[in-house]
Design a protein around this ligand. Structure first.
Ligand code: SF4
Length: 204
């Protein structure tokens, strides 16, 4: 019962839960203010950044829905809004035309570069905290993120480094790395993009 102050007193999970809930509200307020200044909604910015940072063949509408923590229908509507603005282009995936890939137009790429620093208000707010305190916090947060991922409430894409399926320098100069999950050689650039199938080699 995280909303009951008396229950929280003797329950660390409830206290941490309440703190996380309050943090989520503060972050929502911060990112909304930053989005207003950029003339886009927070989900539109997240969608542009998703298309910007996700490996091309993994930038599907389904993975966008996971990244936004929303339904497939809502993700389609968000993507369509950006298609109408001339920022996103939708194409069917070559090996499965039922799957839609999201890419950026030239204008979309420029806009995504401009919104790269979205979220800086949060970053700036954390700067005065000591590195030692942040290191402890990072450790604890990692455990919370892993727990929420295991429960299916949180989706976090990461680049290849540190993934259990990643085999660096197993290919040639053009595509030096190999993914044992999708059985594909990857260019170095592709390995630096975010992948929704990233599986940490050391589970928290
Ligand atoms: S599954 Fe792992 S190794 Fe394969 S592309 Fe994704 S992050 Fe890279």
């Amino acid at each position: 019962m995280i909303f009951d102050a008396r229950s929280r007193k003797d329950d660390r999970s409830a206290r941490v839960g309440m703190s996380l809930f309050r943090l989520s509200q503060a972050i929502k307020k911060m990112t909304q203010a930053e989005s207003d200044a950029l003339g886009l909604s927070p989900v539109q910015i997240q969608t542009l950044l998703f298309a910007f940072h996700t490996r091309g063949d993994a930038a599907t509408v389904g993975n966008l829905a996971h990244a936004l923590g929303t339904t497939h229908v809502t993700a389609v509507k968000t993507a369509n809004g950006l298609v109408r603005k001339g920022l996103i282009v939708k194409t069917p995936k070559a090996d499965d035309r039922r799957v839609t890939l999201l890419g950026l137009t030239e204008e979309g790429r420029r806009t995504a570069s401009n919104v790269e620093r979205w979220g800086r208000a949060l970053e700036d707010a954390l700067r005065p905290i000591s590195d030692d305190a942040l290191a402890h916090f990072e450790l604890g947060l990692g455990a919370i993120v892993a727990a929420l991922q295991r429960s299916g409430y949180l989706f976090a894409a990461e680049p290849c480094y540190g993934c259990v399926h990643f085999r660096p320098n197993a290919g040639d100069a053009a595509a030096p790395h190999y993914c044992e999950l999708v059985h594909t050689y990857l260019t170095h650039e592709a390995s630096l993009k975010e992948c929704p199938d990233h599986t940490p080699s050391k589970q928290a």
